[in-house]
Ligand binder design. Structure first.
Ligand SMILES: Cc1cc2nc3c(=O)[nH]c(=O)nc-3n(C[C@H](O)[C@H](O)[C@H](O)COP(=O)(O)O)c2cc1C
Length: 189
C-alpha cells in the first residue's frame, strides 16, 4: 500500500457539527458551532467541546461554566453553519435566525428549541491545550422532542434527519450498515 506523510493536522472524520449555546452573565444567549466535540464519560454522562481562545463564546463559557449542546437535524443545518461563520459580538444569532432560546432549568443557560435534542452541561474540568480550551461538561439535563428517543432512551434515527461533518462538507446520514456486535453475533456467521 503506497502512502506518503501528510501535513500534521486533525483527520478525525466524520464528526458531528453542533450548535453550542451559552448565556452571558447579563442573560444574553449566543450560539457557537463546534465540530470538535465528543462523548467524554458514561457515568456520569460527560461531553467535551474544544473552543478556540479567540472566540467570543469562549469568554462566556469560561465565565459562566455552562453550555448547551443542541443536536441539529437537516432543518437546523443552515443555522448550524451560520452560527459558525458569524460572531455573537456582532450579531444576535437567535434573533437573526428566528430561533427560540429556552432557559435551561438546571443551568440557566439557554438552549435552542428548534433542535430536537438539547443537553444542558455544567463545566467540571477545563484545560488549555494550545489554540483551544477543552471544556468537559457534565450533562445535567436533557430535553428531547417527542418521538426522537425510543422507549429504551436510544436515538430514534427514523424520526431524525441527522448529518455528519467531513470538513468542510456536511453529509446526510442514511444507510444502515450494521449494528453494535454484529461482527461477533451468531446470526452474522
Ligand atoms: C462546521 C464548523 C465547525 C466549527 N468548529 C469549531 C470548533 O470545534 N471550535 C471552535 O472554537 N470553533 C469552531 N468553529 C468556528 C466558530 O463556530 C466560529 O468562529 C463562530 O463564529 C464563533 O462564534 P462566536 O464569535 O459567537 O463565539 C466552527 C465553525 C464551523 C462552520
Amino acid at each position: 500500500m503506497s502512502k506518503t506523510r501528510a501535513k500534521l493536522k486533525n483527520y478525525l472524520y466524520p464528526i458531528p457539527a453542533v450548535p453550542v449555546s451559552c448565556t452571558d452573565s447579563d442573560g444574553r444567549p449566543n450560539i457557537i458551532t463546534v465540530a470538535w466535540t465528543g462523548v467524554a464519560c458514561g457515568t456520569p454522562p460527560m461531553v467535551s467541546v474544544a473552543i478556540n481562545l479567540m472566540r467570543y463564546s469562549h469568554g462566556i463559557i469560561k465565565e459562566t461554566g455552562t453550555f448547551c449542546i443542541n443536536i441539529p437535524d437537516n432543518e437546523t443545518l443552515y443555522a448550524t453553519d451560520y452560527c459558525g461563520n458569524v460572531s455573537g459580538k456582532d450579531v444576535d444569532k437567535f434573533q437573526e435566525l428566528g430561533l427560540t432560546p429556552v432557559k435551561g432549568e438546571e443551568t440557566g443557560c439557554h438552549y435552542i428549541d428548534e433542535c430536537p435534542i438539547n443537553m444542558e452541561c455544567q463545566v467540571r474540568h477545563s484545560i488549555v491545550l494550545g489554540s483551544h480550551e477543552l471544556f468537559i461538561g457534565e450533562v445535567v439535563a436533557v430535553h428531547a422532542r417527542d418521538g426522537v428517543l425510543t422507549a429504551e432512551g436510544r436515538v430514534n434515527i427514523d424520526n431524525l434527519k441527522l448529518f455528519a461533518y467531513v470538513g468542510p462538507d456536511y453529509y446526510a446520514i442514511g444507510e444502515k450498515l450494521g449494528q453494535y456486535g454484529y461482527s461477533v453475533s451468531r446470526r452474522s456467521r
